[in-house]
Design a protein around this ligand. Structure first.
Ligand code: SF4
Length: 413
């Protein structure tokens, strides 16, 4: 590895980290430096952003410790056989950079990932040292997200959890077969064992903190994972099934979906065409349906056509179109769990409807004031002054809804 100064390493190692989209800093305990003690805060201001090649805006909390790797995962630009310039930070360099960026208000914390260099334990140990030095030597109170190396010693993952807000372990591909094909040196069992260990640690810590407030925190923002979509043959049905099983088994806070983006010097095993970014967006919407709207995985799968979520309409609308017998719903009578199924009614709007209807019967215009627009809602709702007698039956409902969704998007475009 050529000798590089910190700036040159930063250029290489921040660039190499941009393919990882799972860096949202949500869900952690609040920390700040009120009272003049400590450094930093987990509340978001001064976030620096970087842009992935496809134009997505990604918070720049993130660098790699090194982009050298002993593994050869086909989808990864840092794989052993990739012809990229390599660099490696020292622990002190990462600590210094984090502190100086933080003090300049460029970032709200650190997202640290790494290629595997030497061994999994060696790499994980260095990552733990970064987090420990920041927390213990510098009283750093910003957000720390460490991307764990799954086959590192579980004791190292436990140590990481003492200093990091969030740990994540990537499952990488939606299916074990996909992982075997595209990341042959990774082991699905080891990945899941590591997740399981973290889940147990987080649960034990919750109990300990309920008894003793002074018990040290253990990954207070939980664990997350990322899966790459479109690099293998797994369809959306398989992706949502995998996500649902991960949420259920490992208590993950988030599953991130990352549309496979073509990398320079790509492996011949990968598809030549990038999946549409809209596919990633629809998967996030489907994920929300499962986490916040009470949809079961089979119901989300039922919204697909031949296993794929439609790209032109959101999954909830797709589901509603396939279950027209359940609509229209009376907005003044339907229970919360039914209202959550109405296309265009989000959790916030449903809560507002429930509050408002205690006072009076709601008209269509009332609903319009609580939502972003009523065009999408009309065929699915009964209000005090509205009953979609003909509209709900129309054969051309889908194109009308697609149009409504497009015009709504343009508002925010
Ligand atoms: S182990 Fe991680 S860094 Fe190494 S090649 Fe695989 S995905 Fe890339």
């Amino acid at each position: 590895m050529a000798h590089l100064d910190t700036r040159a390493k930063l250029a290489i190692l921040a660039d190499a980290a941009k393919y990882d989209a799972s860096c949202a800093s949500s869900g952690t305990a609040k920390r700040n430096s009120v009272g003049g003690k400590g450094l930093g805060s987990t509340e978001g201001s001064g976030i620096c952003h970087s842009y992935a090649p496809d134009g997505r805006c990604i918070s720049l909390l993130k660098i790699l410790l090194t982009n050298s790797c002993i593994f050869d995962c086909h989808y990864c630009i840092n794989r052993r056989s990739s012809n990229v310039r390599r660099a490696k930070f020292t622990v002190d360099e990462v600590v210094r950079l984090t502190l100086s960026f933080y003090k300049r208000n460029y970032i709200e914390g650190l997202f640290l990932s790494s290629g595997i260099i030497g061994s999994s334990n060696y790499t994980m140990e260095a990552m733990v040292r970064v987090a420990r030095t920041l927390r213990l030597d510098h009283d750093f109170r910003g957000y720390i997200h460490l991307k764990s190396i799954p086959d590192a010693d579980p004791a190292l993952l436990d140590q990481a959890a003492l200093y990091a807000d969030r740990l994540s372990i990537n499952v990488e591909l939606p299916t074990v077969e996909g992982l075997g094909k595209l990341a042959p040196e990774k082991d699905a069992v080891r990945i899941r064992t590591a997740m399981s260990g973290l889940k147990a640690g987080i649960a034990e810590n919750k109990e300990a903190r309920a008894k003793y407030r002074s018990a040290p925190k253990f990954a207070p923002a939980g664990q997350s994972t990322q899966m790459i979509v479109g690099a293998d043959a797994a369809d959306d049905s398989a992706v949502v099934a995998s996500a649902s099983s991960l949420y259920g088994k490992f208590g993950l806070r988030r599953v991130y979906y990352s549309a496979f983006s073509p990398i320079p010097d790509a492996s011949a095993v990968l598809p030549l065409v990038q999946p549409p970014l809209m596919r990633e967006h629809r998967l996030y919407q489907a994920d929300w349906l499962m986490r916040f709207y009470g949809f079961g995985v089979a119901e989300v799968q039922g919204a697909t056509d031949d296993g794929m979520l439609p790209l032109d309409i959101d999954p909830k609308t797709a589901w509603a179109l396939k279950h027209r017998e359940q609509f229209p719903m009376d907005v003044n009578l339907a229970p919360r769990e039914h209202l959550l199924r109405v296309p265009g009614l989000g959790v916030k709007a449903v809560n507002a409807v429930l509050r408002a209807r205690r006072q009076r019967r709601l008209s269509l215009a009332d609903i319009g004031r609580l939502t972003r627009g009523i065009e999408k809602l009309r065929p699915f709702l009964i209000a005090s002054d509205w009953r979609p007698v003909a509209l709900a039956e129309r054969d051309d409902l889908r194109p009308r809804l697609v149009k409504a969704e497009r015009s709504q998007l343009e508002l925010f475009g």
